[in-house]
Design a binder for this molecule. Structure first.
Ligand SMILES: NC(=O)c1ccc[n+]([C@@H]2O[C@H](COP(=O)([O-])OP(=O)(O)OC[C@H]3O[C@@H](n4cnc5c(N)ncnc54)[C@H](O)[C@@H]3O)[C@@H](O)[C@H]2O)c1
Length: 401
């Protein structure tokens, strides 16, 4: 099959197996080159392990520290007539390269919100991993959650709280700068977004692992969050998603208290803006990312997903001096520190009102954004021949639920 990108709105409905494998290999190369300054995790569970920050976490744990990894994700498998999703091909590539390197790798393709998925993960840890989990990474980004006990489906809303917010955004299909208005959410929509993207499911995982005796003493768990800046606050931190992320902050505190006797370290890691399938779907963010990438690249402080996670492990979670990681007043790990630097944000604020369709490419790194977006799906790589016929159906060691 010859596979080319088919972009529909803010997603690409095709993915390229060879390109995805090269993306994973590249992230492994970056991780190996960044070294292993200290002892790290040994047995790791990554929930949301197939793309974005979760995939980078799995790669860093395995190839940076030699950890055994169990990955959970929800992806569409490939078939002989249709490509799978990028996360499917990424996970296949990860599994192949991990096994080649002599590392334990197992994956579950299923709904992480379901009790059945937790049960299967616990069973695999008990039967195959040779000991308890010492790091749990929670990196889900999902618009819906089926509640595990009632089966009710709850949807999140990408809305503001209070007032309608109108701002510049980029229409990535037409490459034009447009004005978008985001409506305020109802109380029900706010509550539903917290149900889907807040910390309830993270806590269910940690409690279940602990109860089953498969969570190590002094284990670490980290869930990823975004705070952003004044430019994005109205749509994110002060909106429905921000409410869900504040719930995540509360959950971290609750988990620390509830599992204090086992010495659980529960953190929220506040990450920088990067190009992922989840972030492409949020209005305003792609334009902000195009601006901030240009400024951070000019200043030599740009980081992608893998560089962020490498730094999280090296400088925060597994420090050479074994000291506890630096946290902000809320106990969070701030990996967005460089993005939030005054000089970076001042430059963004100065640029923001000047950007128009005509000068989008000159004033911002929109070309870099588009390139990174296609890369998510295994496209836009110079080392892949996209006109070559390639078998789309890729199999690997995965438990299909
Ligand atoms: N992208 C950013 O700029 C950014 C910045 C800061 C924080 N974050 C946070 O990082 C986390 C991960 O986001 P991302 O941007 O890497 O997203 P992503 O879309 O790349 O990854 C989402 C992952 O969740 C999995 N998933 C979704 N629904 C699932 C389900 N029901 N069951 C099992 N797996 C499921 C997907 O398979 C995938 O592995 C989120 O909490 C997000 O808020 C992202």
């Amino acid at each position: 099959m010859i596979i080319h990108p088919k972009v529909r709105g803010f997603i690409c409905i095709t993915a390229h197996p060879a390109g995805c494998e090269k993306n994973v290999a590249e992230q492994i190369g970056i991780t190996r080159a960044s070294g292993t300054p200290a002892a790290g995790p040994r047995r790791v569970l990554v929930i949301g392990a197939s793309t974005g920050y979760g995939l980078a976490s799995r790669i860093t744990a395995a190839f940076g520290y030699g950890a055994a990894t169990l990955g959970v994700f929800f992806e569409k498998p490939s078939s002989e007539s249709k490509p799978g999703t990028a996360g499917w091909y990424n996970s296949a590539a990860f599994d192949k390269l991990a096994k080649q390197a002599g590392l334990y790798s197992k994956s579950i393709n299923g709904d992480a919100f379901a009790n059945e998925t937790r049960d299967r993960a616990i069973e695999l840890i008990k039967n195959e991993m040779g000991g308890p989990i010492d790091l749990v990474v929670y990196s889900l980004a999902s618009p819906v959650r089926k509640l595990p006990d009632t089966g009710e489906t709850v949807r999140s809303a990408l809305k503001t709280i209070g007032n309608t917010f109108t701002a510049s955004s980029v229409d990535t299909n037409r490459d034009t700068v447009v004005q978008v208005s985001v409506e305020p959410a109802t109380e029900q929509e706010i509550a539903d977004t917290v149900k889907v993207m807040g910390g309830e499911d993270w806590a269910l995982w940690i409690d279940a692992l602990s109860k089953a005796g498969v969570l190590a003493e002094h284990a670490t768990t980290v869930a990823y969050s975004y705070v952003g800046t004044e430019i994005t606050w109205p749509i994110y931190w002060h909106g429905t998603l921000g409410r869900a992320k504040q719930h995540l902050d509360n959950t971290a505190r609750e988990l620390r208290t509830r599992h204090a006797a086992q010495g659980l370290q529960a953190y929220v890691g506040v990450m920088k803006s990067v190009v992922t399938q989840a972030s492409s779907a949020i209005p305003v963010i792609p334009l902000y990312v195009s601006m901030v990438f240009r400024i951070m690249k000019e200043k030599g402080i740009h980081e992608g997903t893998i560089e962020q996670i490498n730094r999280l492990f090296h400088d925060f979670l597994y420090r050479q001096d074994q000291a506890a990681p630096a946290t902000d007043g809320e106990g969070r790990l701030r990996l967005d520190d460089w993005e939030l630097r005054d000089d970076v944000q001042q430059a963004c604020k100065a640029l923001w009102p000047q950007v128009t369709t005509e000068n989008l490419s000159q004033l911002t790194d929109y070309a870099g954004y588009k390139h990174d977006f296609l890369r998510l799906f295994g496209f836009a790589r110079a080392d892949v021949d996209y006109d070559a016929d390639i078998p789309p159906d890729v199999h690997f060691d995965v438990v299909q639920l």
